[in-house]
Design a protein around this ligand. Structure first.
Ligand code: AMP
Ligand code: ZN
Length: 113
């Protein structure tokens, strides 16, 4: 599978891993858009949010729970953070293996650009 994030899951390319278990991995974003910016991905390849089925409810819940857990670990939970999942081109998705962005350490603006 020629997928960047599957390569991180398989250990074929390095990542600064913050948390991992049997279902998900959290690692630092290589081009951080905030003082704290990490990604949470499922180990299993799912290309876009549109590909989710009812059977994936557990893994999607796990992404959010892990985001909150790692946000606490990184000390951004109390000040606040933003969680973003981009879907397809207009949504700004560039890596087609679903991932949750978690951004914190600065004030976020709304609406996003
Ligand atoms: P998106 O545009 O929502 O698909 O987000 C993809 C994210 O992956 C971007 O924020 C990139 O900076 C990040 N990214 C790309 N390659 C790597 C990598 N090798 N390690 C960590 N993050 C990466
Ligand atoms: Zn993948």
């Amino acid at each position: 599978m020629d997928c960047l994030f599957c390569k991180i899951v398989n250990g074929d390319i390095p990542a600064h891993v913050l948390f991992e278990d049997g279902d998900v991995i959290a690692f630092e974003d290589i081009m951080p858009q905030a003082p704290s910016h990490f990604l949470v991905i499922p180990r299993r390849h799912i290309s876009t949010l549109n590909d989710l089925t009812d059977a994936d409810a557990n893994v999607v819940g796990k992404l959010q729970i892990t985001a909150a857990k790692v946000a606490k670990q990184k000390g951004i939970a109390d000040s606040g953070y933003r969680v973003v999942m981009n879907c397809n081109e207009a949504g700004g998705q560039t890596v087609y293996h679903i991932h949750m962005h978690v951004l914190g350490g600065r004030a976020m603006t709304w609406p996003p650009g």
